[in-house]
Design a protein around this ligand. Structure first.
Ligand code: SAM
Length: 402
């Protein structure tokens, strides 16, 4: 159980004192990640990449983006045909180091597609520290224009195109729930003082506030989740993604016609809310090490929670997105040609042996079922005008590998 006290940094101690010495875990997670001065992403101190705090697929090299580019080009062709006059956008929400867009720009340019002159990239990131690094990374790169925006701004002036949320939704703050005396309660983070007068963080809990209780009850009544699950024992704990549904609505308002690709860690509800998963999915990452000690080093480590697959699809559909299908990253990348890439590496000349071995290792990490291969790819689309909704469309990464 995540029950240990953790040292409380001074900034958080002062913040908690202003909030009556205790806040819901979701507020703690929001501050620890996104506070513009002290938050791990907000301050820009967290680094994505092999020499940083954790890796994501684009940070392992260009092969991931090259495989994804074929899918994006398919979708852009379709959108360009439906909207021959319109500007098209690739919107990367939660762009991290900007790796994905930096790698995609030359790949898309190389396609020499007819629609390139009307393509732009839009980066969305709520954290100024990350935006700064993205701007440095993408400064004067290629001929496809890049701009930065927020989902709210895009909602006022929506675009046609493809939105990508790659390892974004698992960084949205979650509520943490605990089963006590037969009822679910909301976990809080409270300030305590040690015998040596040091400020400490400690788990605490409150009854569920009415809106949260109503949300959980609604999904339970509809049979989408069973929460708490039959057989869960006293102290069973889990997470609830209250921020995903509002995010899906904002995302949907930002795109009039187009696709949404969500790539993230997700579990089916029966696996997420299983009695034996008694401590949820919360994890912290720092310097390539995962820890369940999520209260420690607030503002210096990443905190993530897996998504519930059915609740994600439900939130998207409530927000007007049509669900196209989902699969594991391993299956998606095989459908996009990963095996052919591995074979092609064997043909590289001997003087490129080191590069071939590095790329081979990265490709294998992308599909390793104990790591990035466990990521799920979700395809959604919405269509105000294009008719793709009626006719349906082919999503290459969902095809059976040949
Ligand atoms: C785990 S990193 C993923 C980075 C990148 N997509 C990748 O896969 O390499 C999460 C990113 O999402 C950003 N972020 C977190 N919450 C966000 C939100 N609500 N809206 C936009 N960006 C957000 C963070 O600042 C960070 O850049």
């Amino acid at each position: 159980m995540k029950a240990l006290d953790a040292p409380c940094p001074e900034w958080l101690w002062k913040r908690l004192q202003q909030h009556g010495d205790r806040v819901p875990f979701s507020t703690f997670m929001d501050w620890a990640l996104h506070d513009p001065v002290h938050g791990a992403y907000g301050s820009g101190q967290l680094r994505v990449g092999q020499s940083g705090d954790f890796v994501t697929s684009p940070s392992l090299g260009e092969d991931f983006s090259a495989l994804l580019a074929d899918q994006l080009i398919d979708w852009l062709e379709l959108l360009a045909a439906c909207h021959p006059e319109s500007m098209l956008s690739i919107v990367d929400v939660g762009a991290g180091e900007g790796d994905l867009i930096a790698q995609l720009i030359p790949l898309l340019e190389a396609s020499a597609a007819e629609w390139l002159p009307r393509l732009e990239c839009v980066l969305v990131d709520i954290n100024p520290g990350m935006q700064l690094r993205q701007k440095q990374r993408l400064h004067s790169l290629g001929s496809i224009p890049c701009r930065w925006s927020s989902l709210q701004e895009l909602g006022r002036d929506p675009v046609k195109g493809i939105m990508i949320a790659h390892e974004l939704l698992d960084a949205l703050p979650v509520e943490r729930l605990i089963l006590k005396g037969g009822s679910l309660r909301r976990q809080m983070v409270a300030l305590h003082t040690s015998e040596a007068s040091e400020p400490l963080l400690r788990w605490d809990d409150d009854p569920l506030p009415s809106p949260l209780h109503a949300q959980i009850k609604e999904q339970t009544d509809r049979g989408i989740v069973e929460l708490p699950p039959m057989g869960a024992e006293e102290g069973w704990a889990t997470e609830w993604h209250h921020s995903v549904a509002p995010w899906m609505k904002e995302a949907s308002a930002a795109i009039t016609d187009g696709m949404l690709l969500v790539v993230d860690y997700a579990l089916e509800s029966r696996r997420y809310y299983a009695p034996r998963r008694s401590d949820g999915t919360l994890l912290a990452y720092r310097r390539q090490t995962a820890s369940s000690d999520v209260l420690r080093d607030a503002g210096s480590q990443d905190i993530t929670a897996h998504l519930c697959l059915e609740l994600l699809i439900e939130a998207a559909s409530e927000a007007g997105w049509m669900f196209g299908g989902q699969c594991r990253q391993g299956e998606a990348l095989l459908a996009l040609g990963l095996a052919e890439r591995l074979t092609a590496l064997q043909q590289l000349p001997a003087d490129q042996l080191a590069e071939a071995l590095n790329r081979r290792e990265a490709l294998l990490r992308l599909v390793d079922p104990s790591c990035l291969g466990e990521l799920r790819w979700f395809a959604f689309h919405r269509s105000g005008t294009s008719g793709a909704e009626q006719s349906g469309f082919d999503t290459r990464f969902l095809r059976e590998p040949t």
